[in-house]
Design a protein around this ligand. Structure first.
Ligand code: SAH
Length: 253
């Protein structure tokens, strides 16, 4: 059996209880070494075999899983944040299916949630944005034509940009070309959200690239953009005293 597990964004106590329990029972852990907090490996049994997948190919990973399965050993495949975002889990699952090796998936706290917590923000503010666009800048990994950053930026919605801090100059340019954000639209960069070395840079779209270069942040960061970082919004209907819901009768305005 293979368990895909989300490790959370960094702080070791942000893994789920289920994820932690699986780490404790694993005979083998294959962890995404570039981003998973190694403190989590302290949960492993003394005789657990541990692999850092940063140094492995997909074929290497599958071959370790196959060997474990043959020997009735439990594998935990530990991915950063939640495995469903940029985790490259589909290609692993498809190969496991082909070999009839059973697996399941335990979610984790994605870094985009860790970043919101670091900033104390809500991405979905009434009358500001009710949509979160999770995307990345095209780099060595191509992005479908219809999803180019510039096109997505035309919505002016809340945007969370993964895997792109090294391309921040192009990110800034694409955000402005979209036409909905302006130089003064607020933005922020969160480096290593929830880790002890977490850093926050608050800026605007207009000075995004300059701020990131000045802070010398070159990896493990998210760029968040939108007026949810501003001061204007409407209060929620749900908690409005005049609003009636299934659970509460509203008073007259
Ligand atoms: N599955 C992960 C994302 C993996 S892609 C998740 O759900 O978070 C790796 C990218 O995620 C990094 O390049 C960076 O953009 C972002 N990232 C991961 N951990 C982060 C953290 N603690 N703080 C800020 N960004 C992080």
């Amino acid at each position: 059996m293979v368990h895909f597990v989300g490790a959370g964004p960094g702080a070791p106590d942000l893994i789920t209880q289920r994820g932690a329990a699986l780490l404790q029972t694993a005979d083998c852990i294959i962890y995404a070494g570039s981003l998973v907090n190694p403190v989590l490996l302290g949960l492993a049994k003394a005789d657990c075999t541990i692999y850092n997948s940063a140094k492995m190919t997909l074929e290497d990973v599958i071959s370790v899983m196959r060997e474990n399965e043959k020997n009735n050993r439990i594998t935990v495949r530990l991915h950063t944040g939640d495995p469903c975002l940029y985790g490259a889990i589909r290609e692993q699952m498809d190969r496991l299916d082909a070999e009839s090796i059973p697996y399941d998936d335990t979610p984790g706290v994605s870094s985009f949630c860790g970043a919101a917590a670091a900033l104390n923000v809500e991405y979905t503010l009434p009358s500001v944005s009710q949509t979160v666009i999770i995307t990345r800048m095209e780099g060595r990994t191509p992005v479908p034509e219809k999803e180019k950053l510039q096109s997505l930026a035309a919505h002016g919605a809340t945007m969370v940009i993964f895997l792109s801090i090294g391309l921040v100059d192009q990110v800034q340019q694409a955000l402005l070309q979209g036409g909905a954000y302006t130089n003064s639209t607020p933005a922020a960069v969160v480096y290593k959200a929830t880790w002890p070395e977490e850093r926050i840079v608050r800026c605007t779209v207009g000075d995004l690239a300059e701020s990131v270069h000045k802070a010398d942040i070159t990896k493990t960061a998210l760029i968040v953009v939108g007026d949810f970082l501003g001061t204007q919004y409407d209060r929620s209907k749900l908690y409005d005293p005049t609003f009636t819901t299934e659970y509460r009768k509203g008073s007259k305005a």
